[in-house]
Design a protein around this ligand. Sequence first.
Ligand code: AHR
Length: 325
Amino acid sequence: MQNIVKRLMTLVSVVLGLSFILGAFPTTVQAEDLIVVGFSQVGAESDWRTANTKSMQDTFVEANGYRLIFDDAQQKQENQITAIRNFIQQEVDYIVLAPVTETGWDTVLQEAQDAAIPVIIVDRMIDVSDDALFTTWVGSDFKLEGDKAVEWMVETQAEELKIVHLQGTIGSSAQIGRTQGLEEGVEANQGWEIIAQQTGEFTQAKGQEVMESILKQHDDIDVVYAENDNMAFGAIDAIEAAGKTVGVDGDIVVISFDATRAGLDATLAGKINYNVECNPLHGARVDALIQQLEAGEEVDKLAYVEEVTFDATTITQEDIDAREY
Ligand code: AHR
């Protein structure tokens, strides 16, 4: 009897062992087949950034053949450099970088190149000594975004304008392009004057703080040109707290960038007069680039995303409902 029990137990442990091995083996093979992507994200400074992170995290999942290593740099370039070095150590298949600023990438990207890891730049651009340090870039034409806002001002606003300029993170492509657009507009339109120009670092809190202090110094503001929705929200709060009104029929015209869901709600409500889209849905675009590279195909060095604009006097709820983010 004891023998039978012993044999049965042996049989059970063999079956269990086999099923463990058989169960575990395919998982290991699948894990080895996954494309490992290290993504260094700027931070979580804005609604746009949150939508961008979601787009990347929703795309680079096991079901799509990926393993994502995500790093939030909290708006600090040194954190992004550390993250890239960690990705190199972990021998990822691709490094995806959303750079906080344009400069300062040469050394670390040289290290990635030495390790033969392709680097895909997303959203903002980088300024490196040798373009071979990155494989491809996909993002927005930030200068064009600024030009669109200026064109709208020329078409709809008075010839004399006192403008408050809330800038994004200084040295980021989004700030550089949108600032260049406005400054060229001021050069070309003699009655326009930038009466205050300060960074709100793309955050709502800083946008509000900066606007509060500007309102104490200026009582004659015609336009606030906020380089993103979150700074526009902060500026609107500050203006209203100071007893003034914003938007369509208001005391101060508000121009914003991003056209996030909350930004478009504020545009429909007439508080933001004009909102220039900056599209954050880069997950599928980066996925397509990686698939091309995996297939041994050539990819374009630069890919600009097409973007639209929204005017408070014409936007509808249907426009907002049709948006993906
Ligand atoms: O680089 C894109 C910009 O970064 C967006 O306009 C802003 O909201 C974000 O923080």
